[in-house]
Design a protein around this ligand. Sequence first.
Ligand code: GDD
Ligand code: MN
Length: 404
Amino acid sequence: MNLTRSNSLLPVPSGTLQISELPKPFKSFDEAPIKLSLIIPTYKEAANVQTIVDQLSSLLDEALPQAYELIIVDDNSPDDTWKIAQELMPKYPQLQVMRRVNERGLSSAVIRGWQASRGEVLGVIDADLQHPPELLLKLWGEIQRGGDMAVASRHVDGGGVSDWSIVRRFLSRGAQILGLIILPGVIGRVSDPMSGYFMVRRKCIIGQRLNPLGYKILIEVLARGRVPWIGEVGYVFQERQEGESKVTSKQYVDYLRHLIRLRFSLGPVGRLLRFGLVGFSGVFIDMIVLYLLSDPTTLGLPLTRSKIIASELAIINNFLWNDFWTFGDIARRQPGKRQRLKRLLKFNMICFGGLILNVLLLNLLFNIFGINRYVANLIAIAAVTLWNFWLNMKLSWRVTDLQK
Ligand code: GDD
Ligand code: MN
């Protein structure tokens, strides 16, 4: 053991919440990769740290001698949890402690811990003993069998909750169903997406920009990581003996915001939603400019001229949002003013084409099929939005025309 390490706190990583590769070759013994880094996030857990560290250490000293580390990440708890943990370090050589002062929150605490770690497998467990420590070995077993991730679940064989009221069970399941509706491809991958007790191979999340909100770090990792094989192990969520839960109604709101944020950022559906929202913003620009230019109480310019200017401004507005946001990932790989101008011109042409198509469709649906004019208009707008989206993706932000 090297003496400087045994008592000093781990420096807090800063910048984006992104896990990097382990240094290869490593420069000192402290950088040598190990098998497992287990993060224990704490906030006001003074009464629990000693017990959890002791139980985890005896389990892991046997299963993975010298090949694991425990990292307590404490958010400057007023009960001095970090200090108590630091005092445990000489007795538990695999223990490390991080004290965060400038940042707060469970999910970011876990990621900061992983960033400072050197494990090939990254894990997390609550400090309050609600997650049974023994289960760790079963989770590790799933990883040994080839799993990319192992999740402790309350909803598979051997799993459950202790003494939860009907209301609490209902809220918990309701949150899960809501998640399934908004993000089926993520929430549907595990039986207990709310679990805060799991392990994942570092390689599955290296380089992914994580952006979690609230408590549900597992959802963030599932959504943004590459995790082909997931093993699940049942456990009973224990009652808390010491300290108190930090869950408030804010966590429910954060969960919902987290789901919506992921929905907008993932995959082709997310892109289409972004495109749709941008299109919606354009309608407002168009309306406001039309009012400012053509209304008798404002400038009172001729209608057609006003409408052309209003549409053009809306198109430029939409282009900028799409270039930075909807197709931002692609645009960043086609840098330079000239390239951007080219994209703007193509976007503009496609939008004009869309306008003509809109008028034709509206006429077709209304005059030939006899559909109510407003319903017909809505259908036409939806169809043209899809058409615009597809053409712009293929032509303006050409996915095939990328600089690596
Ligand atoms: N560093 C840090 N910062 N730790 C925090 C914070 C924070 O802001 N908030 C909570 N923690 C720590 C707690 O000290 C505890 O170790 C763990 O995170 C879980 O917090 P609890 O307040 O005990 O949460 P819970 O019991 O309601 O919820 C747990 O169970 C859920 C259901 O499986 C958590 O593990 C959730 O992640 C899990 O989803
Ligand atoms: Mn708890």
